[in-house]
Design a protein around this ligand. Structure first.
Ligand code: ZN
Length: 328
């Protein structure tokens, strides 16, 4: 059995790629290093397709390698969608068309003459936090990103756990509120719909429509346009003492706490790491998530719920672990 994620002591060049939902990132790092040598990002236009994203990523990676005057020894890749990590195949992207059944690892290997390993972004981010971030020293951890959606990844017994279909950690589509808010998956009351950024904004709009004059302060921040409400505005208004926004934020945080408690009771991790933009919603949000999770977790279980060490870069750090593991 392979020993996972030993830091390789040599100075071999690693190419790290992150195909996110809205942006592409490429970085170069030496094996065993704690920082990138170079990093470059590109925000993908709304009409981009898979071939356009792939071509742009090649351009980013090749420009970095050309400037460094070196070639990559191995390649680690995080992809924002379901992947078959063992075969190195992307199954699809939920955001960008044209990624259906793409043998990405083989393509990259041919392009750069170096072996490539790929993984789903939430699973890879879990690995990044485990190897280099807030999860160092943990043995069983759940990583959850709370941003425009909610995804998760597991490390169990010190190893990544992707599940039979590579879909383990999809906590965003576990049910926390029967007949709750509509979810992108077609059902209602999923954790993602109830607690992600757009979910918080949706809850605010729903309550505004019902509550007449309440929520005026939040509407002011949104310049009178309910469609302009975002989770960030809700947390800003809540921090300024707006009771309506506090209630919206609190309810969303409670749903997340409930979803985490279900996962904690099921798997007994020692640590739950939360990343993503919504985790910047302030102390009320964190307190409520922790209190609700604790109140719904068996008393014999004590999982620590802590913030991620990396914000946007967790998938790249996980890609570094993947690229290093090829060397083991
Ligand atoms: Zn769903």
């Amino acid at each position: 059995m392979k020993i996972f994620f030993t830091i390789h002591p040599s100075l071999i060049m690693l190419l790290l790629l992150d195909f996110g939902g809205t942006k592409l990132s490429a970085a170069l790092a030496r094996s065993g290093a704690k920082t990138w040598l170079a990093q470059r990002r590109f925000f993908t236009p709304a009409n981009a397709d898979g071939s356009c994203e792939y071509a742009k990523m090649l351009e980013l990676a090749k420009s970095l390698l050309a400037e460094a005057g070196e070639s990559a020894a191995t390649i680690g890749v995080s992809f924002g969608g379901p992947v078959d990590a063992e075969r190195g195949v992307v199954r699809l992207s939920h955001h960008v068309p044209g990624w259906e059944n793409i043998p990405l690892a083989d393509w990259l290997q041919s392009e750069f003459d170096a072996p490539a390993a790929i993984g789903n972004d939430a699973n890879v981010a879990a690995l990044g936090e485990f190897c280099f971030g807030a999860g160092q020293g943990c043995r069983n951890l759940l990583y959850v990103t709370v941003s425009t959606g909610i995804g998760g990844g597991w490390i169990l017994d010190g190893r990544p756990y992707a599940g039979e279909e590579g879909m383990a950690g999809e906590i965003g589509h576990t049910l926390v509120q029967p007949d709750g808010l509509p979810c992108v998956c077609g059902r209602r009351g999923c954790l993602e719909a109830e607690a992600c950024g757009p979910g918080i904004a949706n809850r605010a709009r729903l309550y505004l429509a019902k509550s007449g004059r309440r929520g005026e302060r939040l509407l002011q921040l949104a310049e009178g346009n309910p469609e302009a409400i975002t989770a960030k505005l809700v947390s800003q208004a809540a921090a300024a003492g707006d009771e309506f926004s506090r209630m919206v934020l609190l309810e969303s945080a409670q749903r997340l706490g409930l979803g985490l408690a279900n996962a904690i009771n099921l798997m007994n991790p020692d640590c739950v790491i939360l990343g993503g933009g919504v985790t910047k919603s302030g102390e009320l949000w964190w307190q409520t998530v922790r209190q609700t999770a604790n109140a719904n977790t068996l008393p014999e279980i004590s999982a620590h719920i802590i913030p991620a060490a990396f914000s946007d870069d967790a998938p790249l750090w996980g890609a570094m672990a993947l690229a290093q593991n090829i060397l083991v």
